[in-house]
Design a protein around this ligand. Structure first.
Ligand SMILES: Cc1cc2nc3c(=O)[nH]c(=O)nc-3n(C[C@H](O)[C@H](O)[C@H](O)COP(=O)(O)O)c2cc1C
Ligand code: SF4
Length: 608
């Protein structure tokens, strides 16, 4: 990191290092930008020009990509860049107070860089540490559990300009809180076991890779990333495409606020993730693999790379994997740069291709035309882990857990108002009430399952089940007790969606902003019944008219809380008639002062 603009030699070195690591293909643009930024702290115009020239892409494209990703900086964010995670769980645990305290101590306004260029403070969407809220990233490194004492310690270190490498290591320790383990988290899968089982199954049946596809289909595995698509169908459809090479992509973007189970799998069970990707590659006949790791998890990268290296040495990646002639497959890790919509599978593929993460039109589906037009599967981290276990133990074993329609177990990321936040693995079909009892929740009034784009569950629904036939969730399970104001929760989610909308389609770009503004208007006591109706109409319109899942779900938390916690909205309403958000009479006060008039005739309506 640097406070001043780096000189030409430093810029050139950073650009050349990035090019050496990633090559000169335009598809590597995002990775080259990200890599070059690491030693420079930001991307000065000279670096952008050099990268554009080396990759033979227009400078406008480079600038467009840069502007899309919030972790690419056009100006120095200071020697220390402190980003506060801004999930509702962080706010519930005092992040607003911590931000204010640090802002006062460091003499810097949130969103700005201090005048001496030492430090910047800002908020960012959830960083996947809701079990350690409030949490911050300092120059990309996570600092969990930031209470007042820890915030003061961070300020001391920053003000004394202590280099990050010399900070007490315990500040960065992220403890994995596994509260309940079942087959996935308990299973001591040895590297290579599932691959050998898949090869053996293919040999025994005489059907080769088809046996892998058959086993996954027989297991009735539904994707663990939230949408619940049938994994076997996706894989088989990809395997039938005439085009090669085919591509396996692991979606490790984990951007849904409230979810942090993939962090655990990537940190503790990386072999299982890679093993699942490798059996998928065998099944669909892929030779190329990618992990799309969210930028907020950059700190996991070195350990993941080391695991990949070990697997290459052990013959579990590369050529003729496990001695199977012609089974060639390898995995590369791409790191994201702070964009929630890039978790959407087609946006993710765009981002992998070095572009802005704008969701694609479908058809064609990714299984037909994905990464660089090649047949591609995109699955969640947990889906790959589960696939490895299915290949090892068989479909019957997998189906023996869960419900008839939802086989197997599911990891839940539990956070919010409970005594024991952390990761819980349950057979699908577990009731909300059971989870609440296990995590030590008391006086719960609501659970937000699946994060902001999921569902809000009220007290009368706690006997409902976490299962694809009832409550679908990618894993987030946020608990709210009676001290929480569900209107404020929904307002926070409205801000989240307005901030994360990629702006590509009008219903979402405009609709999410209107919803945010309406919620702010109600918070300010200026809302009316008419506004509540407008919220319902807008949320429905967004659901039907948006281009991708982000816009489709952006109104859900508002509809859910309006249905279950309507009094929290109604008690804030200024009047039951139409009430403008803008105070026109107030806005004319300056003109009245200038003209020396304050008589009733100079006011609109009643003088105030
Ligand atoms: C806005 C948005 C964000 C998403 N984020 C993620 C994510 O972080 N991780 C994930 O696995 N799926 C995410 N998805 C779902 C993916 O589009 C896709 O369905 C999933 O990766 C497929 O994997 P699965 O079938 O194994 O669940 C997101 C979808 C949308 C619309
Ligand atoms: S729905 Fe929203 S996030 Fe999705 S493409 Fe449209 S503007 Fe972008």
């Amino acid at each position: 990191m640097t406070r001043t603009t780096p000189d030409a030699a430093r810029i050139e070195r950073a650009v050349q290092d990035a090019l050496q690591a990633w090559g000169r293909e335009p598809t590597q643009l995002l990775q080259v930008l990200r890599h070059a930024q690491e030693p420079l702290g930001f991307l000065p115009p000279a670096a952008l020009e050099r990268i554009a020239a080396e990759l033979h892409v227009p400078i406008a494209r480079v600038r467009g990509v840069m502007a899309f990703y919030s972790f690419l900086y056009p100006a120095s964010p200071g020697t220390y860049r402190v980003l506060f995670s801004d999930n509702i769980t962080d706010r519930m645990r005092g992040s607003t107070d911590r931000l204010r305290e640090m802002s006062q101590r460091l003499w810097v306004e949130p969103g700005k860089v201090s005048e001496d260029g030492l430090v910047s403070l800002d908020r960012t969407s959830s960083i996947g540490l809701c079990d350690h809220a409030p949490a911050v990233l300092v120059n990309g490194r996570p600092v969990p559990d930031v209470d007042a004492a820890r915030a003061a310690q961070l300020c001391d270190l920053i003000l004394a300009s202590v280099p990050l490498e010399e900070w007490p290591p315990e500040l960065f320790v992220v403890e994995d809180k596994v509260r309940r383990a079942d087959v996935l988290l308990n299973d001591p899968l040895r590297p290579g076991e599932a691959i050998r089982a898949a090869l053996a199954r293919g040999q025994a049946s005489g059907t080769g890779p088809q046996a892998t596809l058959d086993e996954i289909k027989a297991a009735r595995l539904l994707g663990r990333g939230g949408a619940g698509f049938t994994t076997g169908v996706k894989w088989e459809s990809c395997s039938r495409q005439p085009v090669t090479p085919r591509v396996v992509v692991c979606n490790a973007d984990e951007g849904e606020p409230g979810t942090f189970k993939d962090r655990l799998l990537l940190g503790r069970h990386a072999d299982m993730v890679f093993e699942g990707m490798t059996v998928a590659a065998y099944g669909i006949g892929a030779s190329q693999g990618f992990v799309y790791l969210r930028g907020e998890y950059r700190y996991l990268l070195d350990a993941l790379q080391a695991t990949l290296e070990r697997r290459r040495r052990d013959g579990l990646l590369g050529k003729d994997i496990c001695g199977q002639a012609g089974f060639d497959f390898d995995i590369r890790i791409h790191v994201g740069a702070g964009s929630y919509v890039c978790g959407e599978a087609s946006a993710l593929v765009e981002s992998l291709e070095g572009k802005r993460g704008i969701p694609r039109n479908r058809p064609p589906r990714l299984a037909e035309k994905g990464y660089l037009g090649r047949p591609t599967i995109v699955n969640n981290v947990e889906s790959y882990c589960t696939s490895a276990l299915i290949l090892l133990h068989g479909a019957d074993w997998f189906r023996s857990r869960g419900t008839a329609r939802s086989s197997g177990t599911k990891l839940l990321s539990v956070s919010g108002d409970c005594a024991r936040p952390g990761i819980y693995e349950y057979p699908l079909g577990v009731t909300v009430r059971e989870v609440l009892a296990d995590c030590g929740a008391a006086g719960t009034i609501a659970v937000q399952a699946g994060g902001p784009s999921g569902v809000c569950i009220g007290q009368d629904e706690f006997d409902r089940r976490i299962a694809f036939e009832d409550i679908e969730t990618g894993g987030a399970f946020i608990v709210f007790d009676g001290s929480r104001d569900m209107f404020e929760v929904a307002r926070h989610f409205a801000h989240f969606f307005a901030h994360e909308s990629c702006g590509f389609c009008t219903p979402c770009r405009v609709g999410t902003s209107l919803l945010r503004n309406l919620m702010d208007k109600i918070r300010d006591g200026k809302g009316s019944l008419h506004d509540l109706n407008t919220i319902e109409e807008l949320a429905t319109l967004l659901h039907h008219a948006s281009h991708c899942g982000l816009g489709e779900s952006a109104g859900r938390p508002l509809l859910g809380t309006l249905q279950r916690f309507r009094p929290a909205y109604e008690r804030r309403l200024g009047s039951h008639a139409v009430e403008p958000a803008f105070d026109l009479d107030g806005a004319l006060a300056r003109a009245r002062r200038m003209t020396g008039r304050d008589d009733p005739g100079a006011h609109l309506g009643e003088p105030k």
